[in-house]
Ligand binder design. Structure first.
Ligand code: CU
Length: 173
């Protein structure tokens, strides 16, 4: 009886981890100048992207190509309207794959380098902390930001799995 319920508990935990994989990814806007940090990130369906306006006001606007400062021609293109300093814009990824290119449509921000892109369904989601800090704050422009974040996510999931398996073995044993 005890063994059976322990095993059920273990299975439930494993299922729970599998389902609870959607994450929130924080992009800091205009923290170190007119740019998104991280600029390039990896996400998966169900994840939420949270753009946090650190300084100034900005508009998150989808485009149709990398680095473009022109609005996307898609009917349902992502478009935040003006988001004030200290506020956030949250968007949930609804597609399984592909890319979302975006830029800041406020004033001439995009021409000054404020654009970014989201790659969907190509690997683990980029990991950021609550404040949106990546592990590589000394090089916010570099593409290695998202790589480090991705590696961290993999280690995090492995650690959780190992812990659950260890608890399961203890309960069953
Ligand atoms: Cu802007």
């Amino acid at each position: 009886m005890f063994m059976q319920s322990s095993f059920t508990l273990l299975l439930s935990l494993l299922v729970l981890i599998g389902c609870a994989s959607a994450v929130e990814i924080t992009v800091k806007v205009d923290e170190l100048g007119l740019q998104f940090n991280p600029q390039n990130l990896t996400a998966n369906k169900g994840d939420t992207i949270k753009w946090a306006m650190v300084h100034g006001k900005h508009i998150i606007q989808q485009s149709d190509s990398a680095g473009s400062c022109s609005n996307s021609t898609q009917a349902n293109a992502l478009s935040s309207g003006i988001i004030e300093e200290g506020s956030q814009y949250i968007y949930t990824i609804t597609q399984d794959s592909g890319k979302i290119y975006y830029f800041c449509a406020y004033s001439s921000h995009c021409l000054l380098g404020e654009f970014g892109e989201i790659s969907i369904g190509v690997g683990p989601s980029t990991v950021t902390d609550d404040a949106g800090t990546t592990n590589n704050s000394s090089a916010p422009h570099s593409g290695s930001d998202s790589l480090k974040g991705t590696a961290k996510a993999g280690i995090g999931i492995s650690a959780v799995m190992a812990t659950v398996i260890a608890i399961g073995i203890l309960l069953i044993g």
